[in-house]
Design a binder for this molecule. Structure first.
Ligand SMILES: Nc1nc2c(c(=O)[nH]1)N[C@H]1C(S)=C(S)[C@@H](COP(=O)(O)O)O[C@H]1N2
Ligand SMILES: [Mo]
Length: 393
């Protein structure tokens, strides 16, 4: 919901629309309001502490009231500061191991077929720290299919990796090693932000050269004038201020692929263990309890689920059974977050714990905090374990 736009209750919209069709259209509109008219939110006892680093617009789960997060309230993460680009002078260069290298002006990208996708973009560090619980937002992104421009360029036989470069750049320290591993010193190099995908991943028809967010030009903080939108990938893969695409003939090992965004985990094996060091890439199945409200003595738990095709969401209160929540919104959008709620009948006064878990269509369950996938992970990325929230009734 845009700031200043009128808030319409679900009931009011149904009455006004006067029909199933109008109701459907309303549920599909970004105005979809989350909650019951006149209910009160009971604050969680656990609240994220103030962030030690500046990440604007971290999502305040308790205040979230619309399925689409408006642009002026969408979180933003950058490593080198936002690039400030001029739309008129803008060029997207496409080259490397392609038959037809070329560059596109912004108008030329906009002249290509337009596609829209609702996608919940989550930072892979979200939930990795107690202060970092709101690095996520759901928006409608529009742009040109990436596959189309790659097809037109003609990826050559030896091309195996597609590298996306942002206009933003910063110093990277590269250790200078002798052949035997003796550390001789460091070199500092200024490099552009860059991420890569395999050719097959890049050719996914959902990937967009995105210039529009929720019906407006991309805000500067979110990548104006052009960014990659790669649904079902973590935020890091969604390169902002995109100005260069190169097809390489070898794996790309830039710092945002091979050093900075790496998950380290020890896995048990027959007779020992192996250290897994894997790149942060595709998103993982996750859910979060957003708020608990009360109206006329009736309590309700609300939340969201995303990261994989959601089959259902279950909620556990204290040591009670896992109970299926109702999914309210988002089912019809493959990559968007799903909103859910569960009625909580007559909670006893006192402190309670609420845990949610999402289950995907393949039957995978969002892991518990003590699951080896979470417990044996030594880095904070990809923290998709079940979240427990505490509340006093
Ligand atoms: N060029 C560029 N793209 C970038 C980044 C960056 O620092 N530079 N940060 C990434 C990270 S870590 C995240 S979480 C997302 C955040 O997207 P948003 O700022 O639109 O929320 O952008 C990604 N794309
Ligand atoms: Mo991120």
């Amino acid at each position: 919901m845009r700031q200043g736009s009128p808030r319409i209750s679900r009931r009011e919209a149904l009455v006004r629309g006067g029909g199933a069709l109008a109701a459907l259209a309303f549920f599909d509109s970004p105005l979809f309001a989350w909650g019951r008219e006149g209910e009160t939110t009971i604050s969680f006892l656990d609240q994220p502490p103030a962030p030690p680093v500046a990440i604007p617009n971290l999502l305040d789960w308790q205040r979230l009231d619309s399925w689409i997060v408006p642009n002026e309230r969408f979180f933003a993460v950058d490593h080198f500061g936002a690039a400030s680009l001029d739309a008129q002078a803008f060029r997207l260069e496409l080259g490397g191991h392609v038959a037809q290298p070329r560059s596109y002006g912004l108008d030329e990208v906009k002249a290509l077929p337009r596609k829209e996708v609702a996608f919940a973009l989550e930072c892979s560090g979200n939930s990795g720290f107690d202060w970092f619980q709101g690095g996520i937002g759901n928006a409608r992104w529009a742009g040109a299919p990436l596959a189309l421009v790659l097809e037109r360029a003609g990826i050559l036989e030896q091309g195996i990796e597609v590298v996306f470069y942002g206009a933003d750049a910063g110093e990277e320290t590269v250790p200078y090693l002798s052949g035997l591993g003796k550390h001789i010193g460091d070199i500092n190099l200024k490099m552009n932000f860059a991420r890569s995908m395999s050719v097959a991943e890049a050719m996914d028809p959902s990937n967009l050269l995105c210039y529009e967010m929720n019906g407006a030009a991309l805000p500067v903080a979110n990548g104006f004038p052009l960014r990659l939108i790669a649904p079902r990938w973590y935020g890091i893969a969604n390169v902002k201020w995109l100005t260069r695409i190169e097809v390489h003939d070898s794996r790309f090992l830039g710092p945002f692929m091979a050093t900075r965004y790496v998950t380290v985990r020890e896995e048990s094996r027959e007779g020992g263990s192996v250290w897994m060091r894997t790149g942060v890439g595709k998103s993982l199945l996750k859910s979060m309890t957003a708020k608990v409200t009360v109206k006329d003595g009736r309590h309700r738990v609300y939340g969201a689920a995303w990261g994989a095709p959601i089959a259902r969401v279950e909620v556990k209160i204290d040591e009670g059974p896992w109970t299926a929540a109702e999914i309210d919104r988002g089912r019809e959008h493959e990559f968007a977050w799903k909103f859910w709620h569960l009625d909580w009948s007559s909670p006893a006064p006192g402190e309670h714990q609420i845990t949610s878990r999402a289950v995907d269509t393949a039957g995978n369950v969002q892991p518990a905090a003590d699951d080896w996938r979470i417990a044996k992970k030594r880095t904070y990325w990809e923290a998709n374990g079940q979240v427990t929230r505490r509340i006093r009734i």
